[in-house]
Design a binder for this molecule. Structure first.
Ligand code: FES
Ligand code: FES
Length: 169
């Protein structure tokens, strides 16, 4: 990565949910703040801002990552996926989102975007994931409302449907 001077804004550009975006960021600006305040992508939530709660999780080049522990300038040239990019169409939820709705996998919804982005990555790579694996994956996320049971049920349903979909593809 090139050496960047502190204190002056830099142009940052990357693909956000399949579309090229750009904006100005000082070197110390967090990716979470860049997404929300510069690009207006407020679907990514910010809780603790120090890597504990998981609310700010996005996918960077397909891998779940804390956007509050990533500098905006580090995202230069990357493919970033956020919760806004999950639904295949404005009137059509993804399998995972639909399962969350069916199983009441959210209450206040603050933790939900981060959890969805983590589970989306897990199930894409491991649709055969079993409950213990899903629970372990969720240890990176704090939810103060649901008690996690409904989230796990939603993830298991999504995994089942994903496997069926792939079998018939
Ligand atoms: Fe990033 Fe809590 S806001 S982990
Ligand atoms: Fe409220 Fe998880 S649904 S924090």
């Amino acid at each position: 990565m090139p050496r960047l001077s502190a204190g002056s804004p830099h142009r940052v550009s990357f693909k956000l949910n399949g579309r090229m975006v750009f904006g100005q960021a000082e070197t110390r600006m967090l990716l979470s703040d860049f997404l929300r305040h510069v690009l207006g992508a407020t679907g990514t939530h910010v809780g603790c801002e120090h890597g504990v709660c998981g609310a700010c999780t996005v996918q960077i080049d397909g891998v779940p990552a804390r956007s509050c522990l990533t500098l905006a300038v580090q995202a230069e040239g990357a493919e970033i996926r956020t919760v806004e990019g999950l639904a295949p169409a404005a009137d059509h939820l993804s399998l995972l989102q639909d399962a969350f709705r069916t199983h009441y996998g959210l209450q206040c919804g603050f933790c939900t975007p981060g959890i969805l982005m983590s589970l989306d990555a897990l199930l894409r790579d491991r649709p055969e994931a079993i409950e213990s694996e899903i629970r372990e994956f969720l240890t990176g996320h704090l939810c103060r409302c649901t008690g996690y049971g409904s989230i796990v049920r939603a993830a298991l349903q999504a995994a089942r449907k994903l496997r069926e979909e792939r079998r018939h593809a």
